[in-house]
Design a protein around this ligand. Structure first.
Ligand code: S3P
Length: 452
């Protein structure tokens, strides 16, 4: 059956309490990557014909993108768990209802670029968190290409976007390090007549650049010192492809962190994508003295994979410089938690983009630690964590997650190794990126229950 409406979340929300455990042990297959799942759906929907996607992440964010693509004219069918068929069309049409991207910044921003190259009008809406996030960073370059838009105050959702065929090309230098903005321009550039280029002063995740040629896009990347320039030549047609989604290093960070912060623990996560634009956390963990081993496990969708094993042991605080931020932008909350279990101070700088995530992740990460007895200093765009040392994090707090999935998961990991239980106010948002989180953590021996 081809979906005309795709399922909505069955995620259970509400507060949960995690109890300290003496160890977590086990081996898990990594959850599929969220960024690659969005991109595989979008490229498949743009390619004229049938594409198949294996191991698609069936999370709320990815399903929101799939639903929006159906509204724009694609046929999408779930063949079996993780296996999806997409019937793409090289002409997208105006949806009759608003496109509801829920909590998904990636879905909203990438689709604005992809839809902007067609003769259509679409209204983009989202939940409270997405409606508070900045969209001008995408709308400005798209408007230079000829896409028209009307946004709510401050360049936020709801946004009505009117695209056009044969967009103007653009030569754009990114003012912020954002893979979502870069990808929106590249997707719009596929419909421009000629070459569009995007210059990145700091390389951000490059899954769009890796996946685009798999679907026949004419794109290349030039690396010059720290800069890189992505050039895409528009006007061609995309060809359908069969792709398998690699494991998500951002999701894998949670079970790996659980092993690092809980005594006598060993956890292996298999099939984790090790793309260097996503791997900053693992480099930082090695510098902290974390006991990690990496075994090559082939590749998927042009991305290298490894099986990663983490074993608990002493950790030391480190300085995390700003230039590494784009390669671990989603991992600061969990790094802050791990740093609480280290000996000494961990200083993280250059974190301004954390304020524009699903929540103000900088302030919320500091509050998470503070609520659990860990000394932190938050200054402008930097965070200093004064590590308590292994088995010495007090815990006992209640964490406000601000409906942010990564904060909820980070707090639950902290509770595994803390001295006292930790409660989070809500867990519903975890399904936006890691719907198997509770199954995976329970399999490792983590004890999470409904809060009293
Ligand atoms: C993403 C890019 C990052 C990241 C987000 C996923 C992507 O956002 O935080 O979770 O898939 O392109 P920015 O582009 O805003 O840095």
């Amino acid at each position: 059956m081809t979906f005309t409406t795709l399922p909505r979340s069955r995620a259970l929300g509400g507060p949960r309490t995690v109890r300290p455990v003496s160890a977590v042990n086990g081996c898990l297959k990594a959850a599929s990557d969220k960024s690659c799942s969005h991109r595989a759906l979008i490229f498949s929907a743009l390619a004229n014909g049938i594409s198949q996607i294996k191991d698609l992440l069936e999370s709320d964010d990815v399903l929101a993108t799939a639903r929006a693509l159906v509204q724009l004219g694609a046929g999408i069918e779930r063949l079996s768990p993780g296996a999806w068929k997409v019937i793409g069309r090289d002409i997208w049409t105006s949806p009759s209802e608003p496109l509801d991207l829920g909590n998904s910044g990636t879905g909203a921003r990438l689709l604005m670029g992809a839809a902007g190259r067609f003769n259509l009008t679409a209204m983009f809406v989202g939940d409270q968190s997405l409606s508070s996030r900045p969209m001008a960073r995408v709308l400005n370059p798209l408007s230079q290409m000829g896409v028209k838009s009307e946004a709510a105050e401050g360049g936020r959702l709801p946004i009505t976007l009117t695209g056009q065929v044969r967009l103007k090309t653009l030569d754009y230098t990114m003012p912020v390090a954002s893979a979502q903005v870069k990808s929106a321009i590249v997707l719009a550039g596929l419909g421009a007549e000629g070459e569009t280029s995007v210059r990145e002063p700091r390389a951000t995740r490059n899954h769009t650049e890796i996946m685009a040629p798999i679907y026949g896009a004419d794109l290349d990347v030039e690396c010059a010192d720290k800069d890189q320039i992505i050039r895409v030549r528009g006007g061609g047609t995309l060809t359908p492809a069969n792709v398998s989604i690699p494991g998500d290093p951002s999701s894998a960070a949670f079970p790996i962190a659980a092993a690092l912060v809980t005594g006598s623990s060993t956890v292996t996560v298999t099939g984790v994508m090790t793309n260097s634009t996503r791997f900053g956390l693992y480099d930082v963990l090695k510098a902290m003295g974390a006991n990690l081993t990496f075994i090559p496990a082939g590749e998927r969708c042009g991305e290298p994979l490894m099986d990663i094993t983490a074993t608990s042991g002493p950790l030391k605080g480190v300085h995390v410089p700003p230039d590494i931020a784009p390669t671990m932008i989603d991992e600061y909350p969990i790094l802050a938690v791990i740093a609480a279990f280290a000996d000494g101070m961990t200083v993280m700088t250059g974190l301004e983009e954390l304020r524009a995530k699903e929540s103000d992740r900088l302030a919320a990460s500091a509050a998470l630690l503070d609520a659990n007895g860990v000394k932190v200093e938050l200054e402008d765009n930097s965070l200093t964590v004064y590590g308590c040392g292994a088995r010495n994090v007090p815990g006992g707090g209640t964490v406000e997650t601000h409906h942010d999935h990564r904060l909820a998961m980070s707090a639950l990991v902290m509770g595994c190794g803390a001295k006292n239980p930790i409660t989070v106010d809500d867990v519903a948002m975890i399904a936006t990126s890691y719907p198997d989180f509770f199954t995976h953590m329970t399999a490792l021996g983590v004890q999470i229950s409904h809060a009293q």
